[in-house]
Design a protein around this ligand. Structure first.
Ligand SMILES: [Zn+2]
Length: 164
């Protein structure tokens, strides 16, 4: 980034937040009244420095986030969003689809668990049938319906890669 050469007036077209100190030659914050390295007075007063900073900042909307105590504009926030589904597909890793079916499977497992309690009569059989049906419904929905929809069988690749 270009370094502002003349700190005494505000060159708002210069995007730099740093300036070379006229005395020590080191880089320092452009809108602080004293050089941070040698204490040389760059601006007549801190009020003038702050006013200069405001004029500089308001000249360009991209400078809204700038601080006059920094030597550089804040970096653009990085977009670190990762599409894990696409990434897994690329790497040949099988991901199970986002699904509500595991909850149904758990409800089925609950009834199957209740069926394991030695209740008298046919209560256990009824519970086992209810649990088994719910459980199977969840497993079929998750593995055979949603998973196949998300990972349709592709044309078999020449290397015979297995995706499942
Ligand atoms: Zn200096």
């Amino acid at each position: 980034m270009a370094v502002a050469r003349k700190p005494r007036y505000v060159d708002v077209s210069n995007p730099s937040l740093s300036v070379e100190c006229p005395r020590c030659g080191l880089l320092t914050a452009r809108f602080i009244d004293h050089c941070r390295n040698c204490g040389y007075k760059i601006w007549p007063s801190s009020v003038a420095a702050a006013a200069a900073f405001k004029a500089w900042r308001d000249a360009d909307p991209t400078r809204t986030e700038a601080s006059r105590f920094d030597m550089e504009l804040p970096a653009e926030p990085l977009d670190v969003t990762v599409d894990y589904a696409a990434r897994a597909h690329e790497l040949g890793i099988h991901l199970f689809p986002n699904s509500n079916y595991p909850f149904i499977i758990c409800v089925g497992a609950l009834f199957l668990g209740l069926a394991a309690i030695p209740f008298p009569g046919t209560a256990r059989l009824v519970l086992a049938i209810i649990g088994g049906l719910i459980f199977l419904y969840g497993v079929v929905g998750w593995v055979l319906v949603e998973d196949v929809r998300m990972y349709p069988v592709e044309n078999p690749s020449p290397q015979g890669e297995v995706h499942h």
